[in-house]
Write a protein that binds this ligand. Structure first.
Ligand code: SF4
Length: 214
């Protein structure tokens, strides 16, 4: 039985929540189109640009961008080509692995990122009527859904290093790369540690969002 069936929704809270999430996904598409109106970008191009801007430079590969957008490699290439034609992104070969192409935001891309500062705010504003307690409950519940979808391989969740089980903070104090990642066995600068990583692995997945806010 589908969650589109109102009788099922009357009986099942999970079905009601699933339907609410489906409705939200439709709204998000409309909101995203509205938020990039007049900026000369599609919502997917805007997401791609923001992803590259806020992901650790050595992880900002074409393949990971495709995963983050939930599209095929070919579709991601099309998005990157368009951003490159506009002078917003460039590609470079990874020094660590010559088979990997990394993406970089150009100065013009940085300006476009500034113009995208309100991207996502409509949803944030829609939550403004909830108090802190309600928001915390929603945050916890949505966190559980997000991490279960990630465990099923349906979603990429990128976060900054703090709170990740592989993060070792300030193991080389006084150096330009004081932190270390035990997963990729690499030292990290403070700036790198603050950028998102698709391999982020929280100790307590459901508490991710709360941890990030602390
Ligand atoms: S795996 Fe964890 S510690 Fe390593 S770079 Fe990614 S977020 Fe940082």
């Amino acid at each position: 039985m589908t969650v589109f069936d109102p009788e099922l929704r009357q009986r099942s809270r999970a079905a009601r929540v699933a339907m609410a999430l489906l409705r939200l996904s439709h709204a998000v598409k409309a909101i995203s189109s509205d938020e990039v109106k007049g900026l000369g970008l599609t919502p997917m191009q805007a997401q791609a640009l923001l992803w590259v801007r806020y992901t650790k430079p050595f992880l900002a590969s074409v393949g990971r961008l495709a995963q983050a957008l939930g599209v095929t490699h070919v579709t991601a290439i099309g998005v990157i080509d368009a951003l490159e034609r506009e002078g917003l992104l460039t590609r470079e070969t990874s020094q660590d692995d010559r088979r990997v192409t990394l993406l970089r935001v150009t100065p013009a891309g940085e300006e476009a990122v500034q113009r995208l500062e309100r991207f996502g705010h409509t949803l944030e504003e829609a939550l403004a009527g909830m108090d802190e307690r309600e928001l915390a409950t929603l945050e916890h519940g949505l966190g559980a859904v997000v991490w279960s979808l990630r465990a099923a391989g349906l979603l990429q969740v990128a976060e900054a290093c703090r709170g990740c089980v592989y993060f070792r903070e300030n193991v080389a104090p006084g150096t330009s790369e004081p932190h270390r990642c035990d997963l990729i066995e690499r030292f990290l600068s403070e700036q790198e540690a603050r950028l998102a990583c698709p391999d982020y692995h929280p100790e307590h997945p459901q508490g991710l969002l709360s941890l990030a806010a602390e």
